[in-house]
Design a protein around this ligand. Sequence first.
Ligand SMILES: C[S@@+](CC[C@H](N)C(=O)[O-])C[C@H]1O[C@@H](n2cnc3c(N)ncnc32)[C@H](O)[C@@H]1O
Length: 223
Amino acid sequence: MSVSKRIRTLCGLLAPAKTFADVGCDHGYCTQYMLENGLCEQAIFSDVSKGSLQKAEVLLAPYVAAGRATGVLGDGFYGVPSTVDEVLIAGMGGSEILSILTDEKHGFLPKSFVFQPMLNADKLRRWLIENGACITRDFTFQDGKYYDVICGRRLADGEAKQTYTEMEIEFGKENLATLPTAFVGRVEKQLRDVERYLQSNLQEDSRAELLRRKARLQEAIQK
Ligand SMILES: C[S@@+](CC[C@H](N)C(=O)[O-])C[C@H]1O[C@@H](n2cnc3c(N)ncnc32)[C@H](O)[C@@H]1O
């Protein structure tokens, strides 16, 4: 398969698991990777869009026929048991991922997860650490655009919650500790954008907010 660096990065973060679910699977490449490489015994691939699910069903047809993969047409965790070992949700907004995790009927925090939110990674981080997750990897990478990926697992019984500062919630603990090139590149771009906005005619409170943001961005990439 010829897939993007983004997909290859996500696949590289998926751990071996008995059961795996790819929610919002679209083409199904990550499920194919898990099955092809013997990283899971059983896979569920699901999507809310019929057209997307059909693409994955074509790609994964041999595994479906062999009883190792099941396609589900549905919203969020519909058709995904909370006992599943590992969940991937990639390419959706952080708020959308959050509404899947907290859905009254089907929501749950997976035992192990890889999330790649397109927006609002901070919102997702905050919810995860406050709701029983341990974040194990959390970094920015670049494939044309910049992407965040957050991996983790459910806390064990009695295991202490992680502590995050507001800066770590906003930017990611790993990013601040290791300053990956992609993270620094994105923050530098955001700083250039802030500088440009600051040149325009702004209300006092907007200018003050932009100056606070500029200070946080500068702090995020200082060595
Ligand atoms: C941009 S694609 C990303 C596909 C794939 N996960 C990836 O990372 O390449 C987002 C997919 O999520 C599906 N989707 C969006 N909201 C969903 C939801 N609430 N439940 C299930 N699938 C959803 C869309 O139909 C679409 O196929």
